[in-house]
Design a protein around this ligand. Structure first.
Ligand code: PLP
Ligand code: COI
Length: 361
């Protein structure tokens, strides 16, 4: 399927000085570039009306389906300015494939992968001056889809949808750079159960997580660790990141049971581990094994990984039965090695032997 994009450039975008002001301290997800991409879908016409327009509010009827029944999904990936000035993204077709897997679970229409990637390319090419030059910074891309049928019936999914891509310059997700985070083991709440939407990147998963995240902060921690829905002991993932454990010189990550998000960073690290000759395994680990492994010294490092957070060490763990420290609480050598490898590929200082880098301009 081919769609041609109608292009309407902004006449009152930010001045170069205003843009530089934003880029000097972008934070995460606070400021957006001058344009956005939109594509509509209806039962009669399929995907149509693809356009790049100035960034602007969406105007929607209060009875629009997404406001009531949360039929929504999103993706997250980044554009990087590499050495030599080219601008690239990382594995965008993997995000396109996951977007469509989420769409199937949410009874929403799939978008051809090529169109998904073209939409990203058009936005990044147009707003290329917004891709940061500061080391480690990037342009975060947020494609999403909402149900736009007007009406309150719930007997069938919406008959109309809108796909949108917006972009936001990004520094570190966690203020403070590679500082280890503290985590709270959530035993009061559940993120996802078998047969639910845990493996889909839908907004409802995040809405249901805010209360647990607030509890984590009340307990003095930065982030929630989600456990399985049945026994509340098996480690799944974090609010916006997958988890890896380092057993001395071996990597371990919770298996994709259908209740956690299949992270693209997670998959990339498993491949990089194989490249580097680091044994890596997927399986089950419970919170007693985590605590005991840290106490015996068998677990030497734990880190979280995701597009926004890249790789972030976990320093301390707290739960209903007390707290413990991972290793000596500082970023470990395996964590930092994998972080350097991954960011090296993304920013162009290391060879991309898996064709993960997709050049945009
Ligand atoms: N788990 C959750 C719940 C997430 O929101 C994310 C972020 O997208 C991840 C894991 C990591 O996924 P990825 O590496 O594809 O960014
Ligand atoms: C991402 O890493 O892209 C995420 O979606 C995490 C979070 C900002 C929701």
């Amino acid at each position: 399927m081919t769609l041609s994009f109608d292009v309407q450039l902004s006449e009152n975008g930010r001045t170069p000085a205003e843009r530089e002001q934003v880029l000097s301290d972008p934070g995460f997800g606070k400021t957006f570039t001058d344009h956005m991409v939109t594509i509509d879908w209806t039962e009669e016409r399929g995907w149509h009306d693809a356009r790049l327009t100035p960034y602007a509010p969406l105007s929607l009827d209060p009875a629009t389906s997404v406001f009531h029944y949360a039929q929504e999904l999103f993706e997250g990936l980044k554009a990087y300015r590499q050495t030599g000035e080219s601008i690239v993204t990382f594995r965008p077709y993997s995000n396109a494939a996951r977007f469509n897997a989420s769409a199937r679970r949410m009874a929403m229409p799939e978008l051809p992968e090529q169109v998904f990637v073209e939409a990203l390319e058009l936005l990044v090419q147009t707003d290329r001056d917004w891709v940061p030059t500061t080391e480690g910074h990037s342009l975060y891309l947020r494609p999403f889809m909402i149900a736009t049928q007007v009406g309150l019936g719930v007997n069938h999914p919406s008959n109309a949808y809108r796909f949108v891509v917006i972009a936001s310059p990004a520094a570190s997700y966690f203020a403070g750079g590679v500082k280890p985070v503290s985590v709270w083991l959530s035993q009061d709440f559940t993120r996802a159960a078998v047969g639910g939407t845990g493996a889909a990147k839908c907004g409802g998963n995040y809405a249901a997580a805010f209360l647990a995240q607030r509890q984590a902060v009340e307990k003095g921690c930065d982030q929630v660790v989600w456990l399985d829905a049945v026994e509340h002991r098996w480690v799944e993932e974090m609010g916006g990141m997958n988890l890896f454990f380092v057993f001395r010189d071996r990597l371990f990550t919770p298996a994709l049971t259908g209740t956690l998000l299949p992270g693209i960073t997670r998959a990339s690290l498993l491949t990089l581990a194989a490249d580097l000759g680091i044994p890596a395994e997927e399986g089950r680990i419970n919170i007693d094994e985590w605590r005991d492994g840290c106490a015996s010294g068998e677990i030497t490092e734990v880190f979280a990984c995701g597009t926004a957070a890249v790789i972030t060490p976990v320093g301390t763990v707290s739960g209903q039965d007390g707290s413990w420290t991972v290793g000596d609480g500082t970023p470990g050598p395996m964590t930092m090695r994998l972080r350097d490898e991954l960011m090296g590929i993304q920013f162009g200082s290391r060879v991309d032997s898996h064709d993960w880098i997709h050049k945009i301009c």
